[in-house]
Each structure stands twice: as structure tokens, then as C-alpha cells.
Design a protein around this ligand. Structure first.
Ligand code: ZN
Length: 314
């Protein structure tokens, strides 16, 4: 059976592009690895933040759109996005969040201490110490590599039908259920990042898509052939996967699982350095070839944004 090694990326919706960049690069010190546009709506940015080299398992992406109505976090969504930090770095991050006026609380799940907080649009995030996962060699602003976020540790899924979501995690994506604690079931994938998925077993209110909510979660596949096999398996099991779509940096298939969450399966290749070298990632507005002729027009319409050092780090 095919197994995903874990989360490839998570995509969410927010209102303000600059505020989004300030938080994910300025406070969390992730790297803006790609500044492009929503391929289906070119007047909206698509911003990607990841580790220094933009590896799968580290990448959160956003569609910032000012006029978008606020959503509601609830069932049918990824409720919480979790990041792995190096062992011993919890006090550093508690202090740093405080310095930037981000309220946080700590909670324990499956014996691990999580720092929980929200981003400026209300997305629920958490940090947890993990030994697994390569060190993110990013030393910039107020965060040195010894404390830098490595990438995802995992996510909490708010499924409308937890047992159906369990079935898809185990029997389609190839994760293994490793335990239950209170209202959470924990699943593990084989990779070193984005490998711990918790399903919350007491479904809350129904989620509404909009600013401040996760749009979808993508799982890692190696190459296009894997996508073809997963598509067949999904069709066999009665799901309705999309055709394989070319997203420039990866190829992808999408489907709704029965708990209401939009799942994507995305290839590791070709990756984010396909159109600009690793040293230059995120500096320039990147457009797919079919939109290159509209560059001038798009650059005028899109709001000006920049990666900048925040007051607290000056
Ligand atoms: Zn995606």
C-alpha cells in the first residue's frame, strides 16, 4: 500500500497580505519562499512560507484577500496547524510571542507540551518540541537556527465524521493510528516532519470557509505516478478526485473526504526552486508562463508588500 510521508503543505485564507508576511516572516521567522498569484484568480496573491530551502513538510501558503468575509473554524476543516521547534526552545518562543504581544497558553497532548496561539487572522497555531526533523538553518532577525521552526509537526483535524476521516487516513493515505487520549485520536506518518495528525473526536460547530480558516491540507507524494495510483484507489473507494493539476511547483489531486475536509495530494517534485534559485526564493513576483504577458498589469493591481524587520527585533 502507498503511504504518504506526511503533510506537504497547508493552505489558508487571510485578509491582509502585509500583516500576513509580518507575522509569518517577522514573528515566526519562516522564510517567504514564493510570492505568486492564485492561478485561478490572478488578482489575489498566493504567498508561501517555509524553511530556509522551502522543503515539503514546512510550507504554509495563503490567499490574502482584503474583501474576503471572515470564516469560522469548525468541522470540515484543519482546526489547528502545529509546528515543530527544537528540543529546549519552548522558553525562547514563549518569550518571543510575548514580546510581539501574541497571547499564548500551554497545553499537554499525548505527553507533549504545546504552546498554543493565534495568528492575526485567527488561525489556530501551536509549537511543540520535537527531536525529529532536520534543523532549519535559518538565522535571521531575532531567531537563530538553534530555535528556528523546523517545519510542521502535524495538525489537528476537525472532522464532521471522525470515523470516516480515520478510514481515509489509514486506508488511503497510509497513516497508522498510534493511540487515543481523551477526545483525540493520534495518527503517525513515516516522514520526519508533518507526521503527527490528531483527529478531534467531539465535533464542534460546522466550519465556514473564509478569512482565518484553513482551506485545505496537502499530503506528500513523490512523483506523478504516485498521484495516478492514488487517484485510482480513490475512485475505487467511491471518492471523486479531480484530474491531476499542474501547480508549477508540484502536481496535485484534490478530493473531499467524508468528514468534509478538502484533501490534496501533491508531489515533492519539481519543488520551489524550479523557477528561481534557492538563494532568491520569494524575492520576485513569480508568474506561470501563461500569465507572464499580464505581469505589468498584475504588478499594478496587487498591493505592495515587503519582508521587513519588525519593531521588536530592531
Ligand atoms: Zn494546495
Amino acid at each position: 500500500m502507498q503511504k504518504t510521508s506526511g503533510i506537504h503543505h497547508i493552505t489558508a485564507m487571510v485578509n491582509d497580505a502585509q500583516r500576513n508576511i509580518d507575522f509569518y516572516t517577522g514573528v515566526l521567522e519562516l522564510r517567504l519562499i514564493k510570492k505568486t498569484i492564485n492561478f485561478d484568480r490572478p488578482e489575489v496573491y498566493h504567498l508561501y512560507f517555509g524553511n530556509e530551502t522551502g522543503d515539503p513538510g514546512t510550507v504554509i501558503t495563503f490567499f490574502p484577500w482584503a474583501k474576503q468575509l471572515k470564516g469560522r473554524i469548525g468541522t470540515g476543516q484543519v482546526g489547528v496547524t502545529s509546528y515543530a521547534i527544537p528540543i529546549g526552545s519552548t522558553p525562547f518562543w514563549e518569550n518571543r510571542l510575548k514580546k510581539f504581544n501574541v497571547e499564548s497558553i500551554s497545553s499537554v497532548r499525548f505527553g507533549e507540551k504545546y504552546i498554543k496561539f493565534n495568528d492575526p487572522d485567527g488561525l489556530q497555531l501551536e509549537l511543540v518540541e520535537r527531536d525529529e526533523g532536520p534543523i532549519n538553518h535559518r538565522s535571521i532577525g531575532g531567531v537563530q537556527a538553534e530555535n528556528a521552526i523546523k517545519g510542521f509537526s502535524g495538525a489537528i483535524l476537525y472532522s464532521a465524521q471522525p470515523h470516516k476521516t480515520t478510514d481515509v487516513l489509514e486506508n488511503v493515505m497510509g497513516l497508522e493510528c498510534i493511540g487515543q487520549e481523551g477526545n483525540y485520536l493520534r495518527f503517525k506518518a513515516e516522514g520526519h516532519l508533518g507526521n503527527t495528525i490528531d483527529i478531534q473526536l467531539n465535533p464542534s460547530v460546522r466550519g465556514l470557509m473564509g478569512a482565518g480558516t484553513v482551506h485545505h491540507i496537502a499530503w506528500r507524494a513523490n512523483e506523478e505516478e504516485d498521484l495516478l495510483r492514488w487517484r485510482l484507489l480513490l475512485q475505487d473507494k467511491g471518492y471523486y478526485p479531480t484530474e491531476i493539476r499542474d501547480r508549477n511547483y508540484f502536481k496535485a489531486v484534490y478530493f473531499h473526504e467524508e468528514g468534509g475536509i478538502l484533501f490534496e495530494i501533491a508531489t515533492d517534485l519539481p519543488g520551489f526552486s524550479v523557477d528561481e534559485p534557492v538563494a532568491e526564493l520569494g524575492k520576485k513576483l513569480m508568474l506561470p508562463s501563461w500569465l507572464e504577458s499580464k505581469r505589468e498589469e498584475l504588478e499594478e493591481t496587487l498591493p505592495h508588500v515587503e519582508v521587513r524587520v519588525l519593531e521588536g527585533d530592531k
